[in-house]
Design a protein around this ligand. Structure first.
Ligand SMILES: Nc1nc2c(c(=O)[nH]1)N[C@H]1C(S)=C(S)[C@@H](COP(=O)(O)OP(=O)(O)OC[C@H]3O[C@@H](n4cnc5c(N)ncnc54)[C@H](O)[C@@H]3O)O[C@H]1N2
Ligand code: MOO
Length: 419
């Protein structure tokens, strides 16, 4: 069979593209089925991981009755005779007699027998040194279990570990957390036309994905070491096979850029076939980004790894990241499927026939509105650099101003789009 005939036959045999939402759910499900192993991490090293078990408090919170003010812990009616002092960190003896008091510091354990705490600034001393004053009617201490009872589940498994979670875990008595190992990702850049430095010209373009994709992957929780970014890989099948095989040795997810189509030097599909990969998704009915794919490989050790084929057009590669890679990584980390916020279109956005249209927009969070940006060709990155995400225009529809549509946010952190 000639090359042309073989390519034509492959086209005919190719399965239809997956719908965008169907592709996302399928990818999430295979990610969750291959969720990464759980490990113990000290609280200092847990940021960015995912809880593998629910967070349940190890004691009542607070663990003991705790004074919330500086003042006097009193028993019975005043004036009160001072019998001691209790500071934070101490275990006080009981207040045994009516008419007695101990000086107490904020955070100190309230002695048994205390009937009220009088604030220092609302107290006075008699000539013989006794304490007088009127305690406020509301208790000035925190009762054990007021925040949570011992054993109570505070956060479910699958919760991303952030500074607030770390602080809560510490206050509940944890030294380490059971978390999912963070995904290890690698990036292979394909394309002999790519320059890795200097201005583009004379048929050659700058590699825009080698520098950018690792940063996007890190924002989705991946570890990507500098040595995990390789390219441009020579446009030959043996070079592609060797590069993907080497990257798979360590990575849970290998992303590739370019070569997803069936052009004369597009070697990704033959590479996947050579390596015995199964397609989870092979093309998605979305514009831009149609030729994106996700394939799964099971190693001799039973370990499941993934190859995400990002199209070469730079904006399309980012569409593939938000469409396939984000749900895959959520599954691998044991997190819930990302829920897409709803936004109101500030202007009309055209549909793309029977394909989903992902349209770059700036998201005004205060107003809940999405504003289409300019310079959004799939080969362009100018619009992306001023956008917060993609408005989702469903197949067979177009977006009118005022329509409510889902938004796929870019994984930007606070302050990265300050207008
Ligand atoms: N006959 C057809 N040709 C194409 C179709 C089609 O349906 N029929 N689809 C087009 C679409 S849509 C896309 S997207 C691209 C995807 O192609 P590949 O994934 O095979 O990517 P390449 O051909 O390697 O590159 C496409 C384009 O992007 C530039 N590129 C590649 N890598 C980078 C990089 N790292 N940084 C910057 N720019 C990059 C490359 O130079 C090309 O201009 O296929 C269409 N063709
Ligand atoms: O799908 Mo391509 O990604 O439209 O440029």
């Amino acid at each position: 069979m000639s090359t042309e005939t073989a390519a034509a036959a492959a086209e005919v045999a190719a399965p239809p593209p997956a719908g965008w939402e169907e592709a996302r759910s399928r990818v999430y499900a295979v990610g969750l089925a291959a969720a990464l192993p759980t490990i113990g991490r000290s609280l200092a090293e847990a940021d960015g991981h995912t809880l593998a078990e629910p967070l349940a408090t190890r004691t009542d919170l607070p663990a003991f009755p705790t004074s919330s003010v500086d003042g006097w812990a009193v028993r019975g009616d005043g004036p009160w005779r001072v019998v001691g002092r209790v500071l934070a960190g101490q275990t006080p003896p009981p207040l045994a007699a009516d008419g007695s008091t101990v000086e107490i510091a904020t955070g100190a354990m309230v002695p048994e027998g205390t009937t009220a705490i009088l604030r220092i600034e609302e107290s006075a001393r008699t000539a013989d040194g006794r304490v007088t004053g009127t305690p406020r009617p509301v208790p000035e201490w925190r009762e054990p279990g007021e925040e949570a009872y011992a054993g109570e589940e505070l956060l479910p498994a699958g919760t991303p570990v952030d500074p607030a979670v770390i602080g809560l875990a510490a206050s509940c008595g944890y030294d380490t957390l059971r978390v999912r190992r963070r995904p290890r990702a690698a990036l292979l850049v394909f394309g002999d036309e790519l320059l890795t430095e200097g201005p583009p010209g004379a048929g050659r373009v700058r590699d825009a994905l080698g520098p950018a994709v690792p940063a996007w992957l890190r924002r989705y929780g991946c570890q990507v070491r500098p040595a995990d970014v390789v390219g441009p890989v020579a446009d030959t099948l043996p070079a592609h096979v060797a590069a993907v095989r080497a990257a798979l040795a360590d990575a849970d997810l290998v992303c590739t850029t370019g070569g997803t189509m069936h052009g004369p030097v597009d070697h990704l599909h033959p590479t996947l076939e050579t390596l015995g990969a199964d397609y989870v998704v092979n093309t998605v009915a979305v514009r831009p980004g149609f030729p994106m794919l996700l394939a799964r490989l099971v190693g001799d050790d039973g370990r499941v790894r993934f190859v995400a084929g990002l199209p070469g057009n730079p904006q399309s590669a980012v569409v593939a990241l938000v469409s396939l890679v984000a749900p895959l990584l959520a599954g691998l980390q044991g997190r819930p499927m990302p829920v897409l916020p709803q936004v109101t279109l500030a202007e009309a956005v055209p549909g793309r026939g029977d394909h989903t249209h992902l349209a770059l927009v700036r998201w005004d969070r205060a107003a809940g509105t999405a504003h289409p940006v300019r310079h959004v060709g799939s080969a362009m990155l100018r619009g992306l650099a001023g956008a917060d995400g993609f408005a989702v225009i469903r197949p067979g529809t177009s977006g009118a101003a005022g329509d409510r549509v889902p938004l796929v946010p870019l994984p930007l952190t606070t302050g990265e789009r300050a207008w």
